[in-house]
Unconditional design. Structure first.
Length: 121
C-alpha cells in the first residue's frame, strides 16, 4: 500500500504520535496496542486530558540563562588544576607515541633480518 493511499485520519494519528513519544514506549512495552491508542485518539481527540501524561516536557531555556550558567561554571574552574591535567594527558600521549614508534622500528628491523636464508642453487 503506497503512502498516498493512507487515510487522512491515520496521517493525523501519526503526527499525534510524533508529538507524544511516550506512547511509542507504551506500545513497545506491551502496556497498550496501536489499535487501542488509535481508538482512544479517535474517540477522545487530541486535546483530551488522558494524553497529558504522555506529553514530553521540554525544558526551554533562553540563551541568556544558558550563557549565565556557562559563565558561572567557567568561574568555578581552577585554571592551574586544569593545566596540570592537560600536562598529564600530553605526557601520556607522548609516551604512547614513543612506544608505537619503538614497536614500528622493531618490526621493520625484524622484517629485514631473515633467520632462514633460502637461495636458489
Amino acid at each position: 500500500m503506497a503512502a498516498n493511499n493512507i487515510h487522512p485520519s491515520v496521517e493525523q494519528f501519526k503526527q499525534f504520535i510524533k508529538k507524544h513519544p511516550k506512547l511509542v514506549r507504551e506500545v513497545r512495552s506491551g502496556k497498550k496496542t496501536w489499535k487501542e491508542l488509535y481508538n482512544d485518539w479517535y474517540l477522545f481527540g487530541e486535546e483530551d486530558e488522558i494524553w497529558n501524561e504522555y506529553k514530553e516536557k521540554i525544558e526551554t531555556e533562553s540563551s541568556a540563562a544558558l550563557m549565565q550558567k556557562l559563565a558561572t561554571y567557567l568561574q568555578k574552574i581552577d585554571i592551574n588544576h586544569l593545566q596540570q591535567h592537560i600536562s598529564t594527558v600530553q605526557q601520556a600521549i607522548t609516551s604512547i607515541q614513543n612506544i608505537v614508534r619503538q614497536m614500528q622500528e622493531t618490526n621493520s628491523t625484524k622484517s629485514s633480518i631473515h633467520p632462514f636464508s633460502f637461495r636458489k642453487d
